[in-house]
Design a protein around this ligand. Structure first.
Ligand SMILES: O=C(O)CCC(=O)C(=O)O
Ligand SMILES: [Fe+2]
Length: 265
């Protein structure tokens, strides 16, 4: 079944520029399928070395495209699930291109299905953030200067989050006019099939309120206009999904896990 999607919140509703909320991106069945991938195969960790922007009161588990492909290779993940992961993220990209009237090509630079769960012993009266206020491509200072430099992901041009569920307390996405979250401009309550998309710079400071109970799952997608930063494996993934190609799978495995060097004797 094809799902019809449409804009539910525009720049006026969201009180800022280059931001949008689109509902109906996925069917409930697709959310269920993606939640299953997360449940069985996500690995603990948030991908940040050391300086994590995430709270310690929640557990973070994620799965990248790369990992999903490996799981398929080892027949642990059904290709149907991989196909869904691919399909919903491609649909998001196409809608973003159309909505923001992008002329050139938009490339995926990173995709991650990520779940954040309140630790069972965490207080329910938390007022902190699950993910503190930030911009996706620069480092924001309290005086609102944003440095587009390492360790920021400076190549990111557009960001999008596709939500998969709503069975949790808290966890609202917020846009903020300041760097600490005192000037919230708009709030988005996640639910299956809801997409928030925005340009990745300081014009779109955002964060995630504390997840107080339960597990919140979403697919984070970051796009670039620069082909040098294209997400590896995505093309391979497409061929795998389209053709169920063992050749592509072998290529993929060889790319990531080089065989140990065995000297000729
Ligand atoms: O999960 C969300 O709603 C937003 C996450 C986010 O902003 C990020 O990972 O950069
Ligand atoms: Fe972000």
């Amino acid at each position: 079944m094809k799902q019809k999607s449409g804009v539910t919140m525009n720049e006026i509703d969201l009180k800022g520029t280059k931001r949008v909320v689109i509902d109906g991106m996925t069917t409930p069945k697709q959310c269920k399928s993606l939640m299953e991938i997360a449940k069985y195969y996500a690995v603990i960790g948030d991908g940040y070395d050391g300086k994590s922007p995430h709270t310690i009161l929640e557990k973070f588990e994620g799965i990248t495209f790369n990992r999903a492909l490996f799981l398929s290779y080892y027949k642990m993940l059904n290709l149907k699930h991989l196909h869904t992961f691919f399909e919903v993220t491609e649909k998001a990209k196409e809608l973003i291109k159309v909505h923001f009237k992008l002329k050139g090509e938009l490339y995926f630079s990173y995709t991650q299905l990520v779940c954040r769960s309140a630790r069972p012993d965490s207080p329910t009266n938390r007022t902190d953030f699950s993910h503190k206020i930030h911009a996706d491509n620069c480092i924001i200072m309290e005086n609102m200067t944003c440095f587009r430099t390492y360790p920021a992901f400076t190549w990111r041009d557009y960001s999008a989050i596709l939500y998969l569920n709503d069975e949790f307390k808290g966890g609202e996405f917020v846009f903020s006019a300041d760097a600490v979250g005192n000037k919230i401009q708009s709030k988005i309550r996640p639910k299956c099939g809801r997409l928030v998309a925005f340009s990745s710079g300081p014009e779109n400071l955002h964060g995630v309120k504390a997840v107080k109970r339960g597990t919140r799952c979403a697919i984070g997608m970051w796009f670039t206009l620069n082909p040098d930063y294209v997400e590896k494996h995505r093309d391979l993934a497409k061929n795998v999904v389209d053709n169920n190609s063992q050749f592509e799978m072998d290529l993929l495995v060889n790319l990531d896990y080089p065989k140990p060097y065995v000297p000729n004797t």
